[in-house]
Design a protein around this ligand. Structure first.
Ligand code: FAD
Length: 383
């Protein structure tokens, strides 16, 4: 085969039409596909469902996580609907590779039809049918009656506006591209961010031959050591109940920001994980703090989070609020998963705005279930 022609055998073929097109084949997309299957398991009127995923293999963003990334919840509290995550050997919290294996097994176990690698370029309204869509991809188009967005946030790292970021002559990388301490061996590194990623990367680095400055805007707030994903999920669930009952909801954020997973706890207890105040600016060779002190640096790791990867919707003229589309909760659901603008468009797995703890393995199940029910209601296939 000459270099110029694509190997047509390798191209994923796409259906011309589908009742449901799920964009994104990570945990969120799989959870919606599972619930659509489950909801229609006893009906003849099963909607056609296709999942389009930009990656070449299962596992979503977990495939790109750094090797030592540890789940903040034990396996039993990191499960998708219908399948308990097996405990890893040694019983500790699972790592990213364990999650990839679990999601790969899940996809095969439920025979979820994922076409990959397929990148959705744009979702546009179908001019030939009301409330329907034309999904444009790098391998052709799919006409769909409904679209579920489950594209996650990994593909949209957030870089904060820090003075001097453009002048710094050392390396800069976001946690999106961090792959472990070996790349930064012997460097003087600034780790920016007071959440789980910042703590885990700083703990990862202090254990190797680098000088680490971990800086946070506020003093880091560790969750109590006996708190892990279980408690986070239960707190998020209670918040949903309280909101639904009109009571004041105490969200997960009230508990703290950092789960003290074993590597973080060990570094903290050794006194190696000490946060410093956020820098005032980067300089060509380092950083300067508000008190005027400076430090030379070779690299900066931005553990500053992510934003929803929704560029494929930008042509739709949706209402946006604080960087994300406006959404509403379907009747009878506490999860605001449906677009406020379009009846046949949903959002799953992006975080509290579309369902408390929905951006976690255990938290995505309920919003996914309610999305499937709302889709069935819209398509008229509800059993
Ligand atoms: P993703 O896993 O990002 O999957 C989205 C899929 O959509 C990807 O395969 C992507 O290629 C695809 N996609 C995106 N755009 C397009 C497009 N235009 N066309 C086609 N395909 C597209 N959760 C926990 O439960 N426990 C934890 O301990 C935990 N730790 C975390 C640590 C870090 C550093 C991060 C960033 C997150 C963590 N999370 C954790 C949160 C969450 O579980 C993950 O972010 C998870 O990856 C979200 O799954 P998802 O399916 O929503 O998105």
């Amino acid at each position: 085969m000459s270099r110029g022609t694509a190997d047509l055998r390798a191209l994923p073929d796409l259906p011309n039409t589908a009742d449901v097109c799920i964009v994104g084949g990570g945990q969120s997309g799989l959870a919606v596909a599972y619930h659509l299957q489950r909801l229609h398991r006893r009906t003849a009127r099963r909607p056609t469902v296709v999942v389009l995923d930009g990656r070449a293999a299962p596992g979503g963003a977990w495939r790109d996580a750094w090797p030592s990334l540890t789940l903040f919840s034990p396996a039993g509290y990191s499960s998708l609907p219908g399948r308990l995550m097996p405990r890893p050997d040694g019983g500790s919290n699972p790592d990213a590779a364990h999650v990839v294996d679990y999601l790969t097994d899940y996809e095969h176990r439920y025979a979820i039809d994922v076409r990959r690698p397929v990148r959705v370029r744009e979702v546009a309204a179908d001019p030939s049918a009301a409330e329907s869509w034309v999904v444009h991809t790098d391998h052709g188009t799919v006409r769909a009656r409904t679209v579920v967005n489950a594209t996650g946030t990994w593909d949209r790292p957030f870089w904060p506006a820090v003075r001097g970021i453009g002048d710094f002559r050392g390396r800069q990388l976001h946690t999106h591209d961090y792959r472990g301490p070996r790349d930064l061996d012997g460097d003087r590194v600034l780790v920016v961010g007071g959440g789980n990623s910042g703590a885990q990367v700083a703990a990862d680095l202090v254990g190797s031959a680098v000088r680490v400055h971990w800086v946070t805007r506020e003093p880091p707030r560790y969750l109590p050591d006996d708190v892990d994903g279980r408690v986070l999920f239960e707190t998020a669930t209670q918040a949903v109940r309280d909101r639904a009952a009109g009571r004041e909801a105490r969200g997960v954020a009230s508990l703290g920001d950092i789960v003290a997973v074993p590597p973080v706890r060990a570094a903290r207890d050794r006194g190696d994980l000490v946060a410093e105040p956020m820098v005032a600016a980067l300089t060509p060779d380092g950083a300067r703090w508000p008190d005027g002190s400076t430090a030379p640096l070779d690299a900066v790791v931005w553990a500053t989070g992510f934003r929803p990867a929704l560029a494929h919707l930008h042509g739709l003229g949706l209402q946006w609020r604080s960087g994300r589309p406006a959404t509403v909760a379907p009747a009878g659901s506490p999860h605001a998963v449906r677009s406020a603008d379009r009846r046949s468009l949903w959002f799953v797995g992006y975080g509290d705005w579309c369902g408390p703890a929905s951006a976690t393995l255990i938290g995505v199940g309920r919003p996914a279930r309610d999305t499937a029910a709302d889709i069935a209601d819209h398509l008229g296939t509800a059993p």
